[in-house]
Design a binder for this molecule. Structure first.
Ligand SMILES: C[S@@+](CC[C@H](N)C(=O)[O-])C[C@H]1O[C@@H](n2cnc3c(N)ncnc32)[C@H](O)[C@@H]1O
Ligand code: SF4
Length: 397
């Protein structure tokens, strides 16, 4: 019988007996109707029949095996991401959420997000998801321009995008729209039109991503003609100005929210909170009183299903204790993405390291006006945000 790696107690870096960070849950659904040429997520083309029952059995087995790592802890948010979770039937989502509630100490008003592709949207199913407990639907809109959607290899068109938004707004308490900009052949005007259409629906949250060419994707191999850096920068400037004028606050590099509509789940990632990740390829980060552990599940859906159901730990591909010298970098990598930064006290609370581990570097960055240390908070300045990679590099050296 093969066994996956186990967490061994290590010479601790001393989280002491402080309360552990808030805990979220990520559930990965690995299937899509078709693989998009720009996407490097762990997503696989679904055959005619989704193995829903096998997947849910494996998910339950995965969760059961993870329980000793999170005993007694409250779960503040759930993110069902993909892939395309909206490929799951309403019955499957109902079973998934019933299982989560049975095993976890899930806050009664926990934020529960499900990612949906407009090409798989159905009004009845969206309503059923919400009845099962989904509070937030996140739609992969990408663009409202049919030509751009075709160039992105999307399975939906602009009409389906609009219809899906209306269905989501009728079903869920909160709706997020994912859009990308700097698309193949996109003009500044086309980017402005996309954003204006997205804003016209008045959803609480917008995620606006710069299209990136990810290694090992079709776009990396056959790059489409993309806007140059100047044009992409103009698009970004417009996005920042227009969203602010419309009442959405940019609170993270790519996240914009109306007051009260920020994503709790994503904020927990960015403040270096804990998360258990279940499902194929899911990553997790969990704190204990003497160590912080990172985990990754096997990526292949078939392999993960077989291994998780063996209940011998072999579905875990990697498990390791994060070294103290990596923690400072990882904390900053997340926290400095937030426009308002974080309270300085969160650093010792969520890493177990003393503030002195980063204070000299922060002060040096403050002198160069890349970081601001005021009112007990640390945040990147406008300039620091622009050169975030260079700022983060300082925590590696
Ligand atoms: C995992 S997808 C979830 C939604 C669903 N799978 C869909 O695409 O409709 C999350 C989001 O990541 C963004 N994304 C994916 N690949 C990207 C890339 N190469 N560059 C920028 N954003 C990307 C897209 O906006 C996408 O909606
Ligand atoms: S639908 Fe979403 S997850 Fe699936 S391949 Fe396209 S971008 Fe990736």
């Amino acid at each position: 019988m093969s066994t996956g790696p186990r967490v061994r107690p290590a010479a601790g870096h001393g989280l002491g007996h402080r309360p552990l960070p808030p805990l979220s849950l990520y559930v990965h659904v690995p299937w899509c109707v078709r693989k998009c040429p720009y996407c490097d997520f762990n997503s696989h083309e679904a055959g005619p029949d989704l193995p829903e029952d096998d997947y849910l059995d494996a998910l339950q087995a995965d969760l059961e095996q993870a329980l000793p790592l999170i005993w007694g802890r409250q779960v503040i948010s759930v993110f069902i991401g993909g892939g395309t979770p909206s490929l799951l039937s309403d019955r499957a989502v109902e079973r998934m959420l019933t299982t989560l509630r049975a095993y976890l100490n899930l806050l009664p008003d926990a934020e529960i997000t499900l990612e949906a592709n407009p090409g798989t949207a159905e009004a009845g199913r969206f309503k059923a998801y919400a009845q099962s407990g989904v509070t937030r639907l996140s739609l992969g809109i990408q663009s409202f321009n049919d030509e751009a959607l075709r160039a992105l290899g999307r399975i939906h068109d602009a009409r389906q995008a609009r219809a899906a938004i209306e269905m989501a707004q009728n079903a869920a308490q909160q709706v997020n729209l994912d859009l990308m900009y700097a698309l193949p052949g996109q003009t500044l005007q086309a980017c402005k039109d996309d954003l204006a259409t997205a804003m016209s629906f008045g959803t609480g949250h917008l995620s606006l991503y710069h299209l990136t060419l990810e290694p090992n994707t079709v776009f990396a191999k056959y790059p489409p003609p993309l806007p140059d850096d100047d044009l992409a920068a103009h698009m970004h400037e417009h996005i920042v100005e227009a969203t602010a004028a419309g009442g959405w606050e940019q609170y993270e590099v790519s996240a914009y929210a109306r007051p009260g509509c920020r994503s709790l789940h994503n904020q927990n990632y960015w403040t270096f909170g804990d998360y258990l990740g279940i499902g194929p390829g899911a990553h997790g980060k969990l704190s204990f009183h003497d160590r912080i552990v990172r985990q990754a599940r096997h990526r292949s859906p078939e392999s993960w299903i077989t291994r998780a159901r063996r209940r011998d730990g072999s579905h875990i591909a990697e498990e390791r204790i994060v070294a103290p010298e990596e923690l400072a970098f990882e904390f900053m990598l997340n926290a400095l993405r937030l426009k308002e930064g974080v309270e300085i006290g969160l650093f010792p609370a969520h890493t177990g390291l003393p503030v002195t581990a980063v204070l000299a570097t922060l002060k040096r960055l403050e002198e160069r006006e890349l970081v601001s240390l005021q009112a007990g908070r640390m945040r990147a300045t406008e300039r620091g945000w622009r050169y975030l990679n260079n700022v983060l590099q300082e925590f590696l050296d």
